[in-house]
Structures are given as C-alpha cells and as structure tokens.
Ligand binder design. Sequence first.
Ligand SMILES: NC(=O)c1ccc[n+]([C@@H]2O[C@H](COP(=O)([O-])OP(=O)(O)OC[C@H]3O[C@@H](n4cnc5c(N)ncnc54)[C@H](O)[C@@H]3O)[C@@H](O)[C@H]2O)c1
Ligand SMILES: O=C(O)CC[C@@H](O)C(=O)O
Length: 311
Amino acid sequence: MYIITEPLLDEGLKILRTIGEVRVIENTNPENLKAEIRNADAIVVKFARITKECIDVAHHLKVIAKHGVGTDNIDVERATERGIWVVNVPAANADSVAEFTIGLILAITRRIPEGVQQIKEGKWERESLLGLELTGKTLGIIGFGTIGQKVARKIKGFDMKLLTYDPFVSKEKAAELGAVLVDLDTLLRESDIITLHLPLNKETRGLIGERELKMVKPSSFLINAARSEIVDKKALISAIKEKRLAGVALDVFETEPPPSNDELLALPNVYATPHIAAMTKQVQENIVRTVCSDVVRVLKGEAPVNAINRV
Ligand SMILES: NC(=O)c1ccc[n+]([C@@H]2O[C@H](COP(=O)([O-])OP(=O)(O)OC[C@H]3O[C@@H](n4cnc5c(N)ncnc54)[C@H](O)[C@@H]3O)[C@@H](O)[C@H]2O)c1
Ligand SMILES: O=C(O)CC[C@@H](O)C(=O)O
C-alpha cells in the first residue's frame, strides 16, 4: 500500500507504516498534489484542497482522511461517486477549540494583546485599554454542535445570557445547556459577542454578509474560529471601517497563511491567530491516532469508524 500525507506527528507515521509505504508531502499546490496522489492508496490531509480534478487522477485511492473535523477542503460528493471513503475525526478537538474561543472572547473584550504590546513597548497607558465586562452580556452562538455546545457549557461561570441559532437543533437541547434558540436575525440584533461554530458548505458560505452585519450592535464583537468564508470578507471590512462592529477575532483565513498585505488584518480591532484553536498536545496526539487507525482499517478492507460518506 502507498500512503501520502501532509506532515504528521511521528506516532501517526508509525501507525501508517504498519500497512504500507508512507510519503510526506509538504508542497500541496494543485499541480503537485495531482502528481502525488496519482499512485496513492490513501491520503491524510490537513488543509490541502482535494478537488474533483485531484480525485479524478487518483485511480488507486481508497480513502481520504481528514486530520480534524471540517471537511470543506474535500470534494466529498466526487469521492463518494468514485467509491472512495472520506473519514474525519469528529469531536476530538472540541474541548480545545471551545477553550480557545473563550480565550479569544476574553482577549478581544479585555484588549489583552494590546496590553501585552504596550508593556513590551515600554508604555503604561491603562486609560486607553478600557474593556467590556462579560457578566450580564449576551453571547450568540451560531452553530450549536459539538463545539458550540462546549462553549455554552464552559462559559457558564461568566453569567452571560446565551442565545443560539442552529436550524438542526431543538429548543429543548439548547435549553438543556442554558441557551435560548432564536432565529439568526434575533441573535445578530441582541448579542454583544457573536461566535461561529458551524461547518463551511454551500448553505453557510457567506451566511454572515452585508445584510447580517448591518443588524449587529456597533458595540458587538465577532469571533470566527470556524471557517473564514462563512463571513463575507468585503462586508466585514466595511463593517469594521464604518465602526458598525467593535472588533473581530479570527483564527481562520480564506488563504492560510494570509498574505502579508491582507486588508482585513491591517485594520485596528482585528485580532488574529494562525489557525491554532485545536493546537494542543492532547488534541493533536488524539487526532493523529484516530485518523491513522481509520486509514489502516480501510486499507485492510475493513469499514472505517468515522466515515462521513457511504461507499
Ligand atoms: N479553528 C480550528 O482549528 C477548528 C477546529 C475544529 C473545528 N473547526 C470548525 O468548526 C466547525 C464546527 O465544528 P463542530 O465539531 O462543532 O461540528 P459539528 O458538526 O458538531 O457542529 C456543527 C453545527 O453547525 C450546525 N449548522 C449547520 N448548518 C448551519 C447553519 N446554516 N446555521 C447554523 N448552524 C448550522 C449543525 O447543525 C451543527 O449543530 C467545523 O466544521 C470546522 O470547520 C475549526
Ligand atoms: O488540523 C488542525 O489543527 C485544524 C483542523 C480544524 O480546522 C478542523 O477542522 O478540525
């Protein structure tokens, strides 16, 4: 068996080597990926785009394995048509991502990165760093799945009012975790902080656009540790420039890494981190074990545990 993979922890490489030859590929631009995937029986993918064109040259491919939960970088429909399993690792990173989300909320509302910067520059300008107390404020959680629910559970001690919007969740489920299920417009109008925890797909691309950003309070903050394209970038830039949003914290970008002259990142009140919400030792070890074990299962002719399609 021949397995290709984006760079992985050694533990994962060891598991894969029990079933075949493993090649680590660093260059995942479309042409290189097409050349590499041609002879592969399996691919472990982090951020590389596994497009229809890529899948169509992969005549031996049996499984596309996502190191993580979001499979928006994989053409799952085409893989299914071609009889190729797509597996991911659901839930494994949810605690870490929820913890990180709360970190971003605190960082942006209490202006922690600016405070750090001031001190390092030898400044002491406390009066310029007035923040927002979270107690009694409203947190709007868009997407109430594994991560959204963990955020609700973990933020309890902050005594915030919780709203959530998720078309696939019942109001009873929301209430169980102390949140009120509302429609999107209500959430946007009433929240002081809005955090996104939904997948990127045809329905959610651009879900937060100009119309939606015109509804939010100018004092509100937006947190995006889900996927960049859920928010319309042009509309977001206008909202920040026109002071219709107090601040934005982003862990995800359309192009990763984003270009150094990115217009959004250059704006004040835009905080950013390099897609690290799931970057904890525990999560990375757990994910690599789970995903590589599923690859081995498929290559042995067994059904994977975490398939997101049926072939
Ligand atoms: N920054 C990171 O490192 C990082 C790490 C993990 C996950 N993520 C992103 O977070 C996303 C959510 O992860 P999860 O584990 O909670 O997934 P999940 O599938 O458990 O939950 C997603 C929730 O979104 C809801 N949803 C779907 N369409 C919606 C819509 N149109 N409006 C509102 N809600 C909608 C679903 O009903 C579901 O409850 C992933 O798809 C991934 O893109 C990012
Ligand atoms: O591999 C990672 O650390 C990030 C993946 C994350 O965005 C996911 O969708 O699970």
